[in-house]
Design a protein. Structure first.
Length: 632
């Protein structure tokens, strides 16, 4: 007999309109949709076409009207500023409505774009929901990105204004944002005429006359603003994510499908009940922050936590257990790297023993491969289910998971279990043909993708098709490699493109190569994601110098490290590069990055039959040896 998971999965593929139509009843519609799935413009699909709604109304107003006005909507817990603040649904609604008024006063209207460059403070979430309230499209840029990255996003999103704060706080470091914003605005071709700055006590930003507006002063003059209904298919946000080049991809999220899918996921994947406390220990700058710090928990009537701190060092490796215990968290979602950080400092879980985790039910991990060691450690320490789930910025919610609210399936370490209802996941060979279970290949999803996934890239339907749909017609190309085992469990083994994952942060090696190539002494280069036991992967550069360059290679490597840090940001963690005589290439000139990565990781490798000169591989090994490089 089929279990609840299999029944739901089968129905979602056989009868998607009925399945998602039922899920859509949990959302308030200002105007009912005409079609659950509009497939009239294949391969572009649209969910809930003809319907109108407002995402902010569904996340706040509806709950205030429906009896949750005095329930905590948001808990801000900031060990770095020694602050804990609670906002009820009513209080959060008031703050959001007022800031929506500020946005409107500053010229933002329906369909306009707004960039949000903020640390992990409630005002980040308030700004996002305020945009949603008036039908504006937000684009949150992670605070760890350097001005150059911000400028690239400004030029693509062309915002009416930028919302920011005077500083972020990284552990003990106060990072002033104003110089970064000024530099980004200078670098960008699209000239931003207004910024709204939230002044934090830890740093005061000197406002530029005529351009910068003080958040608090603007709120004093503003009036609360109501919700503007938008089309289900209108964009709610753009979130830029690393692709294979220096130009990030502007992933678009719509309003209707997003509200339906996230609401469904809170119950069926995360097994939550409205009123419970859900904590995603991530950052609003990443997709996990969008979906599960801001929108998912609030759409579903949960309490969400915004945590401004780290898993360790703020002040100790008991930080996560303290938050879970203080706020009665039912489910925590974070990246495996956070658990590796805790394990490193507190291998025997001494800090864990100090806290009461009786309300805590499940740990969810995603963002990078969950290695079996970390899985076993977390599961042994907590004695609760540890659920690995696999997803991407593009999909906005989990593609594969153990759906705890449907049916808890036996867990297999190393696997994010099975595809989530709505995602028809297949493993393909190089010709696009499905392979049998047990065989590794490229992971692809049959179209249509379910609601909540990206309908396109921002103002770039062609790139959307080219990057994701044209590779295997009829499928969405995930960029990941993996396989199914004989029980139908999926295993995600890593990217098959130039994207790497460093401490749960998605980065492009292509973008790093573009920066390194700008160095006057560099002839050519390649960056690979080398294995790291703590951060999962770390970028490692291989650099060929121009002939005649006589500078000390260490000085050149230092230049490169500084350049990547300045142009992408500290978050790139680019700290290692090796000068080599030549790069290994195929006879047609393609750089063999995969083979270099295997050499760095001390894995066995076969010499590719297409290689131009196999001797280069020995040279690479020698160069790594000569600088004492060792797999971490
Ligand atoms: N603003 C400014 N700088 C930032 C930043 C931000 N928001 N986030 C990170 N950085 C900086 C860090 O300070 C560090 O700088 P440094 O080189 O001067 O020390 C650098 O970027 C690298 O950061 P990170 O890789 O995060 O290393 P870390 O040692 O500071 O922290 C972890 C390690 C594991 C604790 C941390 O990476 C973590 O919590 N990761 C989870 C990631 C996550 O939530 N991903 C989302 C998917 S769930
Ligand atoms: P991002 O878009 O930042 O969420 O990164 C998405 C990428 O992270 C995926 O394409 C995978 O390579 C990786 N990833 C996310 N979750 C998992 C997981 N549970 N297991 C393996 N890889 C994962």
């Amino acid at each position: 007999m089929k279990g609840a998971y299999q029944k739901a999965y089968d129905e979602s593929l056989k009868n998607p309109e009925e399945f998602w139509g039922r899920a859509a009843k949990a959302v308030h519609w200002d105007r009912p949709y005409e079609k659950v799935l509009d497939d009239s413009k294949k391969p572009f699909y649209r969910w809930f076409a003809g319907g109108d709604l407002n995402t902010c109304y569904n996340a706040l107003d509806r709950h205030v009207l429906g009896g949750r006005a005095d329930q905590a909507a948001l808990i801000y817990d900031s060990p770095v500023t020694d602050t804990v603040a609670r906002y009820t649904y009513r209080e959060l609604l008031d703050r959001v409505a007022l800031f929506a008024g500020v946005l409107a006063d500053n010229g933002v209207g329906k369909g306009d774009t707004v960039i949000i460059y903020m640390p992990m403070i409630p005002e980040a979430l308030i700004a996002m929901l305020a945009c949603a309230r008036i039908g504006a499209v937000h684009s949150v840029v992670f605070g760890g990105f350097a001005p150059n990255e911000l400028a690239v996003r400004i030029d693509d999103a062309r915002p009416v204004l930028i919302v920011t704060a005077s500083c972020g706080i990284e552990g003990k470091k106060v990072i002033e944002y104003k110089p970064l914003i000024d530099r980004a605005i200078d670098l960008a071709e699209h000239k931003v005429k207004r910024t709204i700055i939230y002044q934090r006590p830890q740093a005061s930003a000197a406002l530029t006359d005529g351009r910068d507006v003080d958040w608090a002063a603007a709120e004093k003059k503003a009036k609360p603003t109501g919700c503007v209904p938008v089309k289900a298919t209108d964009p709610l946000y753009i979130l830029y994510t690393s692709g294979t080049t220096g130009m990030p991809k502007g992933v678009v999220r719509d309003n209707g499908g997003h509200a339906v899918a996230l609401t469904w996921s809170m119950k069926h994947i995360y097994g939550m009940k409205p009123g419970e406390v859900f904590w995603a220990a991530s950052d609003v700058g990443w997709v996990v922050g969008h979906s599960y710090i801001v929108y998912g928990p609030l759409l579903y009537g949960c309490t969400t936590i915004m945590y401004e701190g780290k898993p360790v060092g703020t002040p100790d490796p008991g930080a996560f257990w303290r938050v879970i215990s203080d706020h009665g968290v039912s489910a925590l979602f974070t990246a495996p790297t956070a658990f590796r950080a805790i394990k490193k400092e507190d291998p025997n879980g001494e800090y864990l023993k100090k806290y009461d985790l009786s309300k805590f039910r499940t740990l969810f991990l995603a963002g990078e491969r969950l290695d079996p060691d970390t899985y076993h450690w977390a599961s042994d320490m907590l004695g609760k289910p540890v659920v690995d789930h696999w997803w991407q910025t593009e999909t906005g919610w989990a593609i594969a998971a153990n759906c705890m609210g449907l049916e808890s399936l036996p867990i297999k370490a190393g696997s994010p279990t099975k595809p989530v209802p709505g995602f028809h996941v297949e493993i393909l060979d190089g010709d696009g043909k499905p392979v049998p279970n047990g065989t590794e290949g490229v992971v692809a999803i049959r179209l249509p993708l379910p609601p909540g996934t990206f309908p396109t890239l921002w103002k770039n339907d062609d790139k959307f098709r080219e990057s994701y749909l044209d590779i295997y017609p009829g499928y969405y190309f995930t960029g990941d490699g993996g396989y199914y085992d004989t029980d139908g469990y999926i295993y995600i083994m890593g990217r098959v493109d130039d994207v790497i994952n460093v401490a749960g942060h998605r980065l492009s090696t292509g973008a790093m190569e573009e920066i390194i190539s700008q160095h006057p002494d560099v002839a050519e280069c390649a960056v690979v994601g080398a294995a790291d036991t703590f951060k999962g992967q770390l970028p490692l550069g291989f650099v060929v110098l121009k002939s005649g360059v006589e500078r000390d290679p260490n000085d050149i490597v230092n230049d490169l490290v500084r350049m990547v840090r300045e142009q992408i940001g500290a978050v790139a963690c680019f700290k290692q590069a090796v000068v080599v005589k030549r790069l290994p290439k195929t006879r047609s000139g393609k750089i063999l990055r995969g083979t270099m990565r295997k050499i760095a990781d001390a894995e066995t490798y076969s010499v590719p039959s297409t290689i131009d000169d196999p001797m280069v591989l020995d040279e690479i090994k020698d160069s790594l040896g000569s600088v004492g490089y060792q797999k971490a």
